[in-house]
Design a protein around this ligand. Sequence first.
Ligand code: SF4
Length: 315
Amino acid sequence: MGFDLTPPNSTRSRIFAAYAAARSSYEPVGINVGELAHECDRYLWYSFRRVSAPEKIEGRKLRIFDTGDIEEQRILDDLRAVGCTIKDEQSRVRLVGGHVRGKIDAQALGVPEAPKTIHIVECKSSNEKGFKELAAKGVRLAKPLHFGQCQIYMHGCGLSRAIYVCVNKNDDDIYVERVAYDAEFCLRLLARAERIIRADDPPGRISDKPSVPPCLWCRHKAVCHEGAWPRRNCRTCLHSTPVLTSENACWDCAKHHKPLTLDEQAAGCRQANAPSAQAAAIYAVGGKETQLPNNDLSGSDPREHQERRFRENSP
Ligand code: SF4
């Protein structure tokens, strides 16, 4: 991609700036259903633990998201036009203690191929290359994240079919596939999610080659491969534990003996008082005054422990 030489006050840059200004920064509460089938366990663990800074999404990309929302409404209208009844738009799915979460696009009754079966509706758009691959291989092989989404939404809503509709951004062609519920796939995916959520240490890397996909594009590459510091927040502290006994994505703090709100999780109890790298290391392993387990940090440099905690367990 070439340099962007657009003057900073031009109409174009102001439009994109307006998109960026309209969106407050947002971090997912848990693991998004749309990412659950990600190929790297460690990626999901790092995301869940908020190890890296939240992605800064530029205005142009936000406009693409906006286009996706408009396309979704068009697809739902298209389904209505062929006789479907659409309901439950944007209804929530919460699984694994609420730590796995997402919103379905809708449910549809009256799909021409099976008019009496309620379907999960999953609306997508794709560039020409992705669309051709989808048409050749089907959603399971061509778009594994989307396939995982369809499956988990069927599981969460107790339905046995999904209708996956993808529009070609180039020529408005439409790919439609009915997806059957695969119970074994879902149970495996959810068991994996629970293992990742419960894990105190990062799972192994999918690859030791940071210059090759998927690591090349991964937003956690700096922490995973390049020695960057994890962020300081409650989820990178050894005292915090995700709770799986409710459906509300709760976290508990064993140091202060209390549940943690989302704001508290983001702030962390020692963040304001831990400006140095050394203090950051202490913070990230749980606090200086902490009674440390015998086999854990006693007598060791906290930074070393943190290094172990966030980067070990490579394959
Ligand atoms: S950099 Fe690679 S191994 Fe590390 S979390 Fe990302 S995808 Fe996984």
